[in-house]
Design a protein. Sequence first.
Length: 175
Amino acid sequence: MPDSRRKSLSSCSSEGKIHTLATLLPVLEKQRQEGRTIVFTNGCFDLLHAGHVEVLEEARSLGDFLVVAMNTDASVSRIKGPLRPIVPEDRRTRVMAAVGAVDAVILFDEPTPLEVIMAIKPDVLVKGGDWEVSSIVGAPFVLGRGGEVLSIPLVPDSSTTGLVEMIIKKYGRCP
Protein backbone atom coordinates (compact mmCIF):
# COMPACT_ATOMS: atom_id res chain seq x y z
CA MET A 1 0.00 0.00 0.00
CA PRO A 2 1.44 3.41 -0.92
CA ASP A 3 2.45 5.68 1.98
CA SER A 4 -0.05 8.35 0.89
CA ARG A 5 -2.86 5.82 1.29
CA ARG A 6 -1.70 4.94 4.82
CA LYS A 7 -1.64 8.58 5.81
CA SER A 8 -5.18 9.16 4.60
CA LEU A 9 -6.42 6.12 6.53
CA SER A 10 -4.73 7.19 9.75
CA SER A 11 -6.11 10.73 9.45
CA CYS A 12 -9.67 9.37 9.55
CA SER A 13 -9.07 6.93 12.42
CA SER A 14 -12.02 6.41 14.70
CA GLU A 15 -9.69 6.15 17.72
CA GLY A 16 -9.49 9.96 17.87
CA LYS A 17 -13.20 10.06 18.67
CA ILE A 18 -12.90 8.07 21.91
CA HIS A 19 -12.58 10.34 24.93
CA THR A 20 -12.60 10.60 28.68
CA LEU A 21 -14.63 13.41 30.17
CA ALA A 22 -11.38 15.34 30.75
CA THR A 23 -10.38 15.16 27.07
CA LEU A 24 -13.91 15.74 25.75
CA LEU A 25 -14.75 18.95 27.60
CA PRO A 26 -12.12 21.11 25.81
CA VAL A 27 -13.29 19.70 22.46
CA LEU A 28 -16.87 20.69 23.30
CA GLU A 29 -15.78 24.15 24.41
CA LYS A 30 -14.17 24.69 21.01
CA GLN A 31 -17.33 23.47 19.29
CA ARG A 32 -19.43 25.94 21.31
CA GLN A 33 -17.03 28.80 20.54
CA GLU A 34 -17.57 28.02 16.86
CA GLY A 35 -21.35 28.23 17.37
CA ARG A 36 -22.02 24.53 16.98
CA THR A 37 -24.94 22.67 18.55
CA ILE A 38 -23.99 19.74 20.82
CA VAL A 39 -26.26 16.68 20.69
CA PHE A 40 -26.05 13.90 23.28
CA THR A 41 -27.37 10.36 23.47
CA ASN A 42 -26.45 7.32 25.50
CA GLY A 43 -26.93 3.59 25.77
CA CYS A 44 -25.36 0.17 26.07
CA PHE A 45 -25.00 -0.37 22.30
CA ASP A 46 -24.02 -3.97 22.96
CA LEU A 47 -24.53 -5.24 19.41
CA LEU A 48 -24.67 -2.27 17.07
CA HIS A 49 -27.52 -2.76 14.58
CA ALA A 50 -29.50 -0.83 11.96
CA GLY A 51 -31.90 0.54 14.57
CA HIS A 52 -29.01 2.08 16.48
CA VAL A 53 -27.53 3.56 13.32
CA GLU A 54 -30.83 5.13 12.32
CA VAL A 55 -31.29 6.75 15.75
CA LEU A 56 -27.67 7.96 15.70
CA GLU A 57 -28.04 9.47 12.23
CA GLU A 58 -31.30 11.17 13.22
CA ALA A 59 -29.70 12.47 16.41
CA ARG A 60 -26.73 13.87 14.47
CA SER A 61 -29.10 15.65 12.08
CA LEU A 62 -30.41 17.66 15.05
CA GLY A 63 -27.10 19.44 15.61
CA ASP A 64 -23.48 19.80 14.64
CA PHE A 65 -21.62 17.50 17.04
CA LEU A 66 -22.93 14.18 18.38
CA VAL A 67 -21.62 12.79 21.67
CA VAL A 68 -22.49 9.18 22.49
CA ALA A 69 -22.07 8.06 26.09
CA MET A 70 -21.83 4.29 26.43
CA ASN A 71 -22.31 2.17 29.53
CA THR A 72 -19.18 0.39 30.76
CA ASP A 73 -19.19 -3.41 30.84
CA ALA A 74 -19.99 -3.40 34.56
CA SER A 75 -22.87 -0.99 34.00
CA VAL A 76 -24.29 -3.08 31.14
CA SER A 77 -24.17 -6.18 33.37
CA ARG A 78 -26.03 -4.35 36.13
CA ILE A 79 -28.75 -3.27 33.66
CA LYS A 80 -29.02 -6.28 31.33
CA GLY A 81 -27.86 -9.17 33.52
CA PRO A 82 -24.73 -11.28 33.98
CA LEU A 83 -24.59 -12.56 30.39
CA ARG A 84 -24.21 -9.08 28.97
CA PRO A 85 -22.47 -7.32 27.43
CA ILE A 86 -21.76 -9.62 24.54
CA VAL A 87 -19.16 -7.23 23.13
CA PRO A 88 -16.57 -5.73 25.56
CA GLU A 89 -16.50 -1.95 26.05
CA ASP A 90 -13.19 -1.37 24.24
CA ARG A 91 -14.63 -2.98 21.11
CA ARG A 92 -18.06 -1.35 21.50
CA THR A 93 -16.48 2.10 21.74
CA ARG A 94 -14.25 1.41 18.72
CA VAL A 95 -17.22 0.33 16.60
CA MET A 96 -19.32 3.29 17.77
CA ALA A 97 -16.49 5.71 16.95
CA ALA A 98 -16.41 4.32 13.41
CA VAL A 99 -20.03 5.36 12.80
CA GLY A 100 -19.94 8.44 10.57
CA ALA A 101 -22.73 10.25 12.44
CA VAL A 102 -20.82 10.05 15.73
CA ASP A 103 -18.31 12.76 16.63
CA ALA A 104 -17.27 11.62 20.12
CA VAL A 105 -17.66 8.57 22.34
CA ILE A 106 -17.31 8.45 26.12
CA LEU A 107 -17.85 5.66 28.66
CA PHE A 108 -19.75 6.05 31.93
CA ASP A 109 -20.11 3.62 34.83
CA GLU A 110 -22.72 5.38 36.95
CA PRO A 111 -26.30 4.01 37.12
CA THR A 112 -27.44 6.84 34.83
CA PRO A 113 -25.64 9.32 32.56
CA LEU A 114 -26.88 12.33 34.58
CA GLU A 115 -23.40 13.35 35.80
CA VAL A 116 -22.04 13.16 32.25
CA ILE A 117 -24.99 15.15 30.89
CA MET A 118 -24.49 17.84 33.52
CA ALA A 119 -20.77 18.08 32.68
CA ILE A 120 -21.30 18.10 28.90
CA LYS A 121 -24.30 20.46 28.93
CA PRO A 122 -25.76 19.34 25.60
CA ASP A 123 -28.06 21.60 23.60
CA VAL A 124 -30.09 18.59 22.47
CA LEU A 125 -30.68 15.37 24.44
CA VAL A 126 -31.91 12.39 22.42
CA LYS A 127 -33.04 8.84 23.22
CA GLY A 128 -34.74 6.14 21.18
CA GLY A 129 -38.51 6.00 20.94
CA ASP A 130 -38.84 3.45 23.73
CA TRP A 131 -38.26 6.40 26.10
CA GLU A 132 -40.94 8.97 26.92
CA VAL A 133 -39.44 12.46 26.99
CA SER A 134 -40.57 12.85 30.61
CA SER A 135 -38.57 9.77 31.66
CA ILE A 136 -35.32 10.60 29.84
CA VAL A 137 -32.52 11.03 32.38
CA GLY A 138 -31.24 14.59 32.28
CA ALA A 139 -34.34 16.03 30.59
CA PRO A 140 -35.11 18.58 33.35
CA PHE A 141 -31.48 19.75 33.33
CA VAL A 142 -31.32 20.20 29.53
CA LEU A 143 -34.78 21.80 29.32
CA GLY A 144 -33.89 24.09 32.23
CA ARG A 145 -30.94 25.38 30.22
CA GLY A 146 -33.17 26.12 27.21
CA GLY A 147 -32.24 22.94 25.33
CA GLU A 148 -34.36 20.33 23.59
CA VAL A 149 -35.15 16.76 24.60
CA LEU A 150 -36.41 14.36 21.95
CA SER A 151 -37.45 10.74 21.64
CA ILE A 152 -36.67 9.39 18.16
CA PRO A 153 -38.92 6.63 16.77
CA LEU A 154 -37.30 3.21 16.71
CA VAL A 155 -36.84 0.96 13.71
CA PRO A 156 -39.44 -1.83 14.07
CA ASP A 157 -38.10 -5.29 14.95
CA SER A 158 -34.63 -3.94 15.63
CA SER A 159 -33.15 -4.52 19.08
CA THR A 160 -30.13 -6.21 20.59
CA THR A 161 -32.34 -8.38 22.79
CA GLY A 162 -34.34 -9.38 19.70
CA LEU A 163 -31.15 -10.31 17.86
CA VAL A 164 -29.94 -12.44 20.75
CA GLU A 165 -33.33 -14.17 20.99
CA MET A 166 -33.32 -14.84 17.23
CA ILE A 167 -29.82 -16.37 17.42
CA ILE A 168 -30.84 -18.62 20.32
CA LYS A 169 -34.04 -19.66 18.52
CA LYS A 170 -32.17 -20.37 15.29
CA TYR A 171 -29.14 -22.13 16.79
CA GLY A 172 -30.44 -23.26 20.19
CA ARG A 173 -27.70 -21.14 21.78
CA CYS A 174 -25.40 -18.28 20.88
CA PRO A 175 -22.83 -19.59 18.35
